[in-house]
Design a protein. Structure first.
Length: 334
């Protein structure tokens, strides 16, 4: 929620809620919105609507008809990402409730290229990134990790182990690399995260006897993530958005990689990371495997052409990927 304390429109108040709160009647926010002191409400919708949410929006508009209500939908369409009977039932309820948003919601904020969603005008953004904990530790750790392990080639992927993140494609790519190269460079993959496909991915690694080359870390705190990522050679983004019919990505982890000065491998197009960008390498957006020889060559050429590439990547992130930069487009609407 934004409160206009001054003419520069830079003062914010943030409120978060749990799943239980989402299903309730938003009493806390209703109290905050009784007075006509807010100009904009910015809400992030993660998949599901509730009757309580609709009633909350109605009450806000009743108290302050001039208020602008923006709802962000981080992934759209998202039907293919919903798993489990309970969540599918909630999705059906959401479909019934979406027509009720139109009288109250001014704009849908989307990371897709849709011009309207649910009959409501869309503002097309890409994700910004902000992690104050990361900013306090990144510089010292990056400086500590200037010495690279020249013997091995290290790849990091932060993943929710799910079909749309597709760490299985990376695992299969490593296996093929060792099969077809008579004198391969030793590759070590660091997989960070958990998810429904974690055990299946571990099974692939065991089947290919790659336990020494593909390491699973589970969930890590920010400091451990920064240390692991910045000690690597290159990072891999989500590889399976095509499996859920997403043609445009705006992944937070890709932005995190950039803020840490890391070169990035992608499949799905991302407007903030065009294929002309010097530190990004794209592969076809399908289930085809990654060519690790070309990835190794890409990094070698990057080091030759941009000896100070880490600082240049971080400069790009700070100039283009902050939430302050991204939200300018939202502020222009009022």
């Amino acid at each position: 929620m934004l409160k206009n304390y001054s003419n520069n429109k830079t003062s914010f108040r943030y409120y978060s809620y749990t799943k239980a709160f989402l299903l309730a009647d938003f009493k806390i926010l209703k109290k905050k919105c009784k007075e006509k002191e807010y100009d904009i409400i910015y809400l992030r919708l993660h998949w599901f609507l509730s009757i309580g949410f609709i009633l909350f929006l109605r009450q806000v508009k009743k108290n302050n008809p001039a208020i602008i209500i923006n709802i962000e939908i981080p992934t759209y369409p998202y039907k293919e990402e919903i798993m489990g009977r309970f969540n599918k039932a909630r999705f059906l309820l959401t479909k019934l409730l979406t027509p009720l948003l139109k009288p109250y919601v001014n704009n849908i904020i989307t990371f897709s290229q849709h011009k309207k969603i649910w009959g409501i005008p869309a503002i097309n953004l890409s994700n910004g990134y902000y992690n104050p904990e990361l900013k306090t530790i990144q510089n010292s750790i990056i400086l500590q990790n200037t010495d690279r392990d020249a013997k091995n080639f290290h790849i990091v992927m932060i993943a929710q182990f799910s079909p749309w993140h597709a760490p299985d494609i990376l695992i299969e790519s490593v296996n093929r690399y060792f099969l077809v190269n008579p004198n391969p460079r030793n590759i070590i993959v660091h997989l960070i995260g958990t998810g429904v496909d974690l055990e299946a991915c571990k099974g692939l690694v065991e089947n290919y006897k790659l336990q020494k080359n593909i390491l699973f870390y589970g969930e890590l705190d920010t400091e451990a993530i920064v240390k692991t990522v910045t000690a690597a050679d290159i990072c891999v983004g989500s590889l399976g958005h095509h499996r859920t019919d997403i043609q445009l990505s705006s992944s937070l982890k890709t932005r995190e990689y950039a803020f840490l000065g890391m070169p990035i491998i992608l499949k799905t197009a991302d407007l903030d990371f065009p294929d002309s960008l010097f530190f990004v390498k794209y592969f076809p957006d399908d289930d085809s495997l990654l060519d690790l020889n070309s990835i190794i060559y890409f990094l070698e050429m990057l080091k030759v052409q941009y000896p100070d590439y880490k600082n240049k990547i971080m400069d790009y992130a700070n100039e283009n990927l902050t939430w302050r930069k991204k939200m300018n487009k939202v502020f222009e609407t009022y």
